[in-house]
Design a protein around this ligand. Structure first.
Ligand SMILES: Cc1cc2nc3c(=O)[nH]c(=O)nc-3n(C[C@H](O)[C@H](O)[C@H](O)COP(=O)(O)OP(=O)(O)OC[C@H]3O[C@@H](n4cnc5c(N)ncnc54)[C@H](O)[C@@H]3O)c2cc1C
Length: 441
């Protein structure tokens, strides 16, 4: 009798758990599983795209599928939080155009939706004579891109950042800071208020052909009952964009290689050392390397990040490891070529990751009074770096529809390079334009 009662309790608790998961995965949703457009990935790119499409096509049914229990906890929730002005990017490129446009749209959006931000400004500081020609070139580039910038000398640097030393700098008053996770969740909220559905805890496992010709694509989740039918699908899967693309017969390349970026944090009593963003003159070969000082919306100041090969996609700790992710990265010829081309930079990053003193030494070039006891270890982010087979960093947006039956139904955003958070609203408009040319919505 006791056994029977226990088994009843167990099956009841299992049922409750099952219902709880089901409720969570259809949280916010209307309960239907048929959509005109389904967007996979609830990061800032997926949510901005969902919002934009819903604004343009208010009569269609949209859904966002996100594998986590919360929106935007990966790249979007683990970054420097800088609203970039568009200084670095080659004039005329999409990246430059989208960033300059994205910054304006971002400030407007934040103003209209009450998202707090600060125009904290930015200095790109040359501390060595040999950096000055590169700084001057960067200044011309910024002007060509239409950024509001000025070039200043050592004494002017100190009038903006009293603790910073340097020979010459670019000053960008328009550069800002924001919590991009909050921005993305605000896009999500607006999307839902306008009638879009968001299904959390729905990890898309596969894309299948449906027998119903009206909704030809079926997206299956990691639980048996999770299924969505859709006319069209847009995939914005961040660190998993290559694997999601491969599921619908797209090429394996470009491959995503995860790079972890670790931050240090200034101790609270030392945050006065940096008022705004202070950046080094970038190395054109490895533009995402280079420690910087970045104030945060909560008053903290982050230093970093470095860039280390991560042995787990979405692995935020030094010892995080995933066998499949590691084998995937190490056996990829593109990564091996990148590593051999940049051996010394790579070893430097590993050394600096282990030795806080080595990172601080780099930062003392800008703020000489900084010392090891002023900092503590902080969080990390993992960057989805797209690589080609020759080991080149893919710097452009890549759209892919793959081959075969899904070709006319799916659009994979395989690479949305940094600063995709700043540019998200402009990227969303570009994706909406791309959708129009490919799909008959
Ligand atoms: C360390 C670091 C610093 C950065 N600093 C800045 C900065 O200062 N300014 C700036 O503009 N940009 C910055 N960036 C870049 C910016 O953060 C990213 O370009 C941007 O967040 C990318 O957004 P996303 O939506 O493409 O990716 P993500 O935010 O990673 O979102 C992808 C989403 O897809 C979901 N997903 C994946 N697979 C599945 C699946 N099978 N089913 C359902 N959902 C799935 C994931 O869970 C995730 O939520 C930085 C990036 C890093 C890593």
């Amino acid at each position: 009798m006791l056994k029977a009662a226990l088994s009843q309790v167990n099956s009841r608790s299992l049922r409750l758990q099952f219902n709880a998961i089901r409720a969570l995965s259809s949280a916010h949703s209307t309960g239907s599983n048929k959509y005109d457009v389904t967007i996979v990935g609830g990061g800032i790119v997926g949510l901005a795209t969902a919002r934009e499409l819903l604004l343009q096509y208010p009569n269609l049914k949209f859904c966002v599928l996100e594998k986590e229990h919360r929106l935007s906890i990966h790249q979007t929730g683990h970054n420097s939080g800088v609203i970039h002005a568009g200084i670095y990017y080659t004039p005329g490129t999409l990246k430059a155009k989208l960033c300059v446009e994205g910054l304006k749209l971002m400030y407007k959006y934040c103003d209209e939706h009450g998202v707090p931000y600060k125009k904290a400004g930015k200095l790109i500081v040359a501390t060595e004579q040999e950096e000055i020609p590169r700084l001057d070139k960067l200044y011309s580039r910024a002007q060509e891109n239409g950024c509001k910038v000025e070039i200043i000398d050592g004494s002017e640097i100190q009038s903006i950042e009293p603790h910073c030393r340097g020979l010459k700098a670019i000053h960008s008053p328009e550069t800002g800071i924001v919590d991009f996770g909050l921005v993305a969740r605000t896009y999500g909220k607006e999307f839902e208020q306008k009638g879009g559905d968001i299904k959390l805890a729905f990890e898309v496992q596969d894309f299948k052909q449906n027998s119903d010709p009206k909704y030809p694509v079926v997206l299956t989740g990691n639980h048996e009952y999770q299924e969505v039918q859709s006319r069209f699908v847009i995939v914005c899967g961040g660190l998993y964009s290559d694997r999601l693309a491969a599921k619908s017969n797209c090429d394996q390349i470009p491959k995503i290689v995860p790079f972890r970026g670790e931050y240090l944090i200034l101790k609270p009593e030392k945050t006065y050392l940096a008022k705004g963003n202070i950046y080094p003159v970038p190395n054109p070969a490895l533009p995402f390397l280079g420690f910087h000082f970045t104030p945060r919306m909560n008053g903290d100041v982050w230093l970093g990040p470095n860039a280390l090969l991560a042995f787990k996609r979405e692995g935020y700790k030094f010892f995080d490891f995933n066998l499949r992710d590691s084998i995937d990265a190490i056996t990829f010829s593109g990564l091996r070529k990148l590593v051999f081309k940049n051996l010394s930079a790579g070893f430097g990053e590993i050394y600096r990751s282990m030795m806080v003193g080595a990172q601080v030494k780099q930062l003392q070039r800008f703020i000489p009074e900084l010392s090891v006891k002023d900092v503590m270890r902080g969080p990390a982010g993992v960057r989805a770096q797209a690589l080609d087979t020759d080991g080149n960093l893919v710097d452009d947006f890549i759209f892919d529809s793959g081959h075969g039956s899904f070709g006319k139904r799916m659009l994979h955003v395989r690479n949305a390079p940094s600063p995709a958070a700043t540019s998200s609203l402009a990227i969303a408009r570009m994706i909406a334009d791309e959708v129009k040319t490919r799909f008959e919505l």
